[in-house]
Ligand binder design. Structure first.
Ligand SMILES: [Zn+2]
Ligand SMILES: [Zn+2]
Length: 283
């Protein structure tokens, strides 16, 4: 189940930051769903492209095994709150007025746990480390999240568990850039390769080497496309994007006397213009 970051973030915002994660003093007795948890996972560029399995370790509130989440010791269960007689409210007189406020002993629940479980101090949950394997499908994109149901905090008093959201962060690659399912890279070629055309060997993201035909008269900035050498589609791994290779024509800097002489002769042959016309800037 993949959603983008902005999917329903506002809905789970509360439980991420406080909400029902906060442990109350062992007097809550109603069933409550566990909080959703967020885990930020950084993966390599190629792991996102071809998929991987990662082991993650995080802390979550698990249902207490001693009291089975009731928070009460020895099966004592809940009893009516003596402060408010079960109404959840207490009255305080202030001058002529009598003001009803939420009962401080039971927090408005009307019931308390008389003998709290010693393992969880009445909370019904205990914090435990959990290790799970997260499978990341091929074609995963930076910023997406993986929804893992029921792996968030355990529910209180028999409530359902929350969910775990694993947010994926992809480390950049040294040479390859990605846009959707397409891969971009740049390769340098020599001036004679560019002018005469030829073949060069280019590495792909699968660590393959493919032969790429350079047409005669190729200029710097020309982009060549390799069909199907891009990123697998997330929902259809047999389909892949394309690879785009930007050509950079590299001028030789270290010249032997012979190379210098040949270039001078070449310059005369091709009539290089000593007063070139202005060109429009590419924006
Ligand atoms: Zn317990
Ligand atoms: Zn009370």
């Amino acid at each position: 189940d993949f959603e983008d970051i902005f999917g329903d973030f506002s809905g789970i915002f509360d439980s991420f930051f406080g909400g029902n994660r906060r442990r109350t003093s062992g007097t809550r007795t109603t069933a409550r769903r566990g909080a959703d948890l967020r885990y930020d996972l950084e993966i390599e560029f190629n792991e996102a492209v071809f998929g991987t399995t990662k082991e993650i370790s995080y802390r979550r509130n698990a249902v207490c095994g001693v009291c089975q989440g009731t928070g009460a010791a020895g099966g004592a269960g809940k009893t009516m709150c003596p402060s408010c007689s079960g109404s959840g409210q207490v009255r305080r007189s202030s001058g002529f007025f009598s003001i009803a406020t939420t009962c401080p002993q039971c927090h408005g629940e009307g019931y308390i746990i008389k003998d709290p479980c010693r393992e969880c101090r009445g909370a019904g949950v205990v914090e435990k480390r959990r290790v799970i394997k997260v499978s990341i499908p091929a074609g995963m994109e930076d910023g997406r999240r993986i929804h893992i149901p029921d792996q968030g905090d355990g529910g209180m008093n028999g409530g359902p568990a929350g969910d775990l959201y694993v947010y994926i962060h992809v480390r950049p690659h040294e040479y390859f850039k990605r846009s959707g399912n397409d891969i971009y890279c740049m390769i340098p070629i020599g001036i004679t390769q560019a002018s005469l055309g030829g073949e060069v060997l280019v590495p792909t993201i699968d660590n393959k080497t493919v032969k790429v035909k350079i047409p005669a008269g190729t200029q710097t900035g020309k982009v060549l496309r390799l069909k199907g050498e891009g990123v697998p589609y997330l929902n259809n791994n047999s389909r892949r994007g394309d690879m785009y290779i930007e050509i950079m024509v590299e001028v030789p800097e270290k010249l032997t006397p012979r190379a210098k002489a040949l270039l001078k002769e070449l310059s005369e042959q091709i009539n290089e213009n000593p007063s070139p016309q202005l060109r429009r800037l590419s924006s």
